[in-house]
Design a protein around this ligand. Structure first.
Ligand SMILES: Nc1ncnc2c1ncn2[C@@H]1O[C@H](COP(=O)(O)OP(=O)(O)OP(=O)(O)O)[C@@H](O)[C@H]1O
Length: 531
């Protein structure tokens, strides 16, 4: 068997991988970028360490972070030539950051997730998705993140209260933030409340296109311990099965929803954090000995993961103005329907941040699983090769906030609020149009309220006015992009014969000639003619 052959040749492969790694360390180092700006969608990779049973098996690591470039991972395929000689093939994959086997959950949390806590407290939407083959460390990663996040959320409240100067508002009370949690799982098209005896719940869109979860129970959390207690109960009720890779493999998408309600600024939408432990993707081949029910389960999981991939990619491309198709297929699965605010840029009216963590096993015997995960996740990070230049300045357009400099922002605020809002309060840090759009709703309203005579309702309307512009502008840009797309050479209703005739007429220069004249000319030239 191939697996036995790989282990028998372990010495060769380990040496080849070490040599390659050594050569890589002599190449110029790429420094880690110190960026504090939150991206709409960030794609990370986490490579777990080899587990003790894998080490006992004499397995070795075939997926490593690139020593000199924290944005790349290197994968080595252990293979054999036709004459049975072992060879190693190398491939590199790009990410927003690669966490290696020595990086613990705290490092992952500090470098990827913690930034969404503050913005969610200010009213934004934060989504964390853990993806990977079964046994690759998704649950390990998400539970670790949840522990740090629960503590951090309660710790940061005070900072946000001070930063937002909430104490100065008349409506300030002794519980400015109400934190509630719910925990549910999605199995195909069914959803179950894991904190309420697995009662069925329903993800629905109301007539205002808002998403609602009918029947879900939300629990009030006064401390981080409360929050963690509910998360642990939820996990213990999740559906699992034994797979080839994991004795308790997760067969559902487990979603922890943390809602942050600001009781001081009631008009603002609640901040929401979704922590999603995706079901372990399993190759169809690995599940072929299972029951019909298991096969259907695997099919459902894989199809929803495919929809998720399409949605993330479509969203990224459309944000960058590179999307050719207007359709983001978020309605194709329950999970993406729930997260529609993240994907549907014509609906979304607040800053959304999505953090996608792909988890892989470094075990040489998991090569095919690991490469599948890398091929799935790495392309989600849209590379600069696509021609998108974030530094390229767009020319000023009164109706497009992304083109506004600080002075345009001031003009817009003064004009659109009829002088009721003082720009010094709303954009005190020289914010440009993009930065203005990135101010979460609560913070936006809070800043508006600093102007004399301003009410929460008026501030909310002003926020919606800005987002009306942003959404209109995005829609227009995408439509313009679509209409500038070259028209297909042939009408799709043309059959083969019509296309042949069209090509021939074009070649003979008689395409626009009257039919009779064209026929004569055609007969003269090739003696065939047509009716
Ligand atoms: N970074 C890590 N450091 C140490 N141990 C890890 C790490 N990642 C995963 N593990 C261990 O690997 C095993 C499998 O991890 P985990 O259960 O998180 O996999 P999974 O991807 O959630 O699998 P499934 O989809 O089947 O539920 C666990 O025993 C876990 O403790």
């Amino acid at each position: 068997m191939l697996e036995d052959k790989i282990i028998q040749n372990a010495d060769f492969f380990i040496k080849a991988i070490n040599d390659h790694n050594e050569r890589m360390s002599k190449i110029k180092t790429v420094n880690k970028l110190q960026t504090t700006e939150l991206k709409d969608i960030s794609i990370y990779l986490r490579i777990r360490p080899l587990m003790p049973p894998e080490i006992e098996q004499n397995s070795f690591e075939i997926c490593l972070p690139n020593k000199n470039n924290p944005y790349k991972a290197c994968v080595y395929e252990p293979a054999f030539r036709f004459d049975n000689k072992p060879v190693i093939k190398t491939q590199n994959f790009d990410f927003d950051y690669v966490f290696g086997p020595n990086d613990d959950n705290k490092t992952v949390y500090d470098n990827s997730i913690q930034s969404i806590v503050e913005v969610s407290l200010a009213g934004a939407l934060g989504v964390v998705l853990c993806y990977g083959q079964t046994g690759s460390g998704k649950t390990y990663t998400i539970t670790g993140i949840e522990e740090y996040l629960a503590v951090d959320l309660f710790n940061k409240m005070d900072k946000v209260i001070n930063d937002m100067n909430l104490r100065s508002l008349e409506t300030f009370n002794d519980r400015p933030f109400e934190i509630t949690v719910s925990f549910f799982e999605i199995l195909g098209s069914q959803c179950y409340d894991l904190l309420n005896n697995k009662e069925e719940i329903f993800i629905m869109e109301d007539k205002f296109r808002n998403m609602n979860i009918k029947g879900i129970k939300e629990y009030d959390c006064l401390t981080s311990d409360d929050l963690l207690k509910y998360i642990n109960i939820g996990f213990s009720h999740r559906k699992t099965h034994a797979t080839l890779k994991n004795d308790t493999s997760s067969r559902s998408h487990a979603i922890c929803q943390i809602r942050i309600h600001n009781t001081v600024i009631n008009q603002a939408n609640d901040g929401i954090i979704y922590l999603v432990d995706l079901a372990g993707s399993e190759r169809h081949a690995d599940s072929k000995f299972h029951s019909k029910e298991r096969l259907k389960e695997t099919k459902d999981i894989n199809s929803s993961l495919l929809t998720l991939k399409e949605c993330i990619r479509a969203r990224t491309l459309s944000t960058l103005g590179l999307q050719q198709h207007i359709h983001v297929p978020f309605r194709n699965s329950k999970l993406t329907t729930l997260l529609k605010e993240t994907f549907d840029i014509e609906y979304c009216i607040r800053p959304c941040t999505t953090i996608f963590i792909a988890n892989v096993s470094p075990n040489c015997l998991d090569y095919s699983h690991t490469i599948n995960t890398l091929r799935y996740s790495s392309p989600l990070k849209v590379s600069q090769k696509t021609g998108y230049d974030p530094l390229k300045k767009k020319s000023y357009n009164l109706k497009d906030p992304s083109t506004w400099e600080h002075k345009h922002v001031i003009q817009w605020i003064e004009k659109s609020s009829n002088g009721a809002i003082n720009p010094e309060f709303l954009v005190p840090n020289n914010e440009n149009g993009i930065q203005l759009s990135n101010i979460p709703e609560m913070e936006f309203i809070r800043r508006c309220l600093l102007s004399k005579g301003m009410t929460e309702k008026r501030a909310k309307l002003f926020y919606l006015k800005l987002w009306g512009l942003i959404v209109d502008c995005r829609t227009k840009q995408r439509k313009a992009k679509l209409s500038s797309k070259p028209k297909p050479k042939y009408d799709t209703s043309m059959d083969e014969e019509m296309i042949r005739r069209y090509e021939l007429e074009k070649k003979l220069g008689i395409y626009d000639a009257p039919k009779e004249e064209a026929r004569k000319k055609l007969m003269e030239l090739d003696g065939k003619g047509f009716n």
